[in-house]
Design a protein around this ligand. Structure first.
Ligand code: URA
Length: 302
């Protein structure tokens, strides 16, 4: 079996396991595919490559797929092993890009929430660098995002872009996505947004889980209470959680205020808190922090 085929096969297995982990119980496949998979399963290669030591504990060169690690996880799920977003071997960049494109395609045609599918202009899947170390998660697209098909392009988005740039990063260097990929509908209203319902969040969240599993950012930033609720499944409240590291399946997650909240609440103390959270994120990512950055909001009276 050649390397490209092997990688695709492993990516497929990993992808199916991700779907299963996130609640998918059935996928449609052709009878031809079933027989090809059955043939591949009988091949002795993967069994033979199971390592004695856990593959996850080894440091890997980027792009060097630990084939044995995939095989071990796929075939021998050991009791008590916890699956985390980073416990699977990283995919080679081209395999990751292909898996991401396939995921995007599935999201773009999703009609699980028929009311949102019929009111949306666009599915707002996500934007940015799929190899980013830093990923931002927001709530749901608003009217501007729905029109343009890109998250955080309205006023809140402009502020988010400023925050990202203040760290020295570019918007295109991070990844930005939302809990919900469709704009929550507001029947009978000509303007305004609404919070996603728990059912909508539950239905859509598998897409975000898969995005995170593929991107494998080193740090996540959750923008606002809904993002944190969606990621952690808890409603402890953003006021209490912000600034305090949480964990999302092995990835450090920094909860901070949503940029729309910062826009509504012009108090400098709120801006300063968001910036303090971003300084923590920069430290976690071992980014260099200038004196100017460190002291942004430390002027007297702030
Ligand atoms: N608010 C969000 O949470 N997400 C967007 O994409 C835009 C505004």
């Amino acid at each position: 079996m050649n390397d490209a085929y092997q990688q695709l096969l492993e990516a497929t297995i990993q992808h199916l396991e991700d779907l299963k982990a996130h609640g998918t119980r059935f996928v449609s496949v052709t009878p031809e595919l079933v027989s090809q998979l059955a043939a591949a399963r009988k091949a002795p290669l993967r069994q033979a490559s199971i390592p004695a030591a856990p593959a996850e504990s080894k440091v890997r060169e980027p792009g060097s797929q630990a084939k044995a690690g995939v095989a071990r996880e796929s075939l021998l799920a050991l009791p008590g092993e916890v699956s985390t977003a980073t416990s699977k071997p990283a995919l080679a960049p081209e395999v990751k890009a292909a898996a991401f494109a396939e995921l995007r395609q599935r999201a773009l045609i999703c009609r699980k929430c028929e009311h949102l599918a019929s009111s949306r202009k666009n599915v707002v899947f996500g934007v940015g660098n799929i190899h980013a170390d830093l990923m931002f998660v927001g709530e749901a697209p608003g009217a501007d995002e729905d029109t343009q098909g890109e998250p955080f392009v309205g006023r809140a988005g402009e502020l988010l872009t400023k925050i990202i740039e203040a760290t020295g990063l570019k918007r295109s260097g991070v990844y930005i996505a939302n809990i919900l990929k469709c704009r929550p509908d507001t029947p009978g209203q000509t303007s305004g947004n609404r919070k996603p319902t728990p059912e909508e969040m539950q239905t859509c969240i598998p897409f975000l889980h898969e995005q995170i599993d593929l991107i494998r950012p080193k740090v996540l930033v959750g923008l606002g209470g809904t993002a944190i609720e969606g990621l952690l499944g808890k409603t402890a409240g953003i006021m209490r959680l912000r600034g305090n590291w949480q964990m999302y399946r092995g990835i450090p997650l920094m909860p901070t205020f949503h940029p729309a909240y910062v826009l509504r609440n012009q108090a400098l103390s709120v801006k300063r808190q968001v910036w303090e959270d971003m300084l923590k994120v920069m430290e976690k990512l071992e980014m260099s922090i200038s004196e100017k950055q460190r002291n942004f909001f430390l002027k007297a009276g702030n």
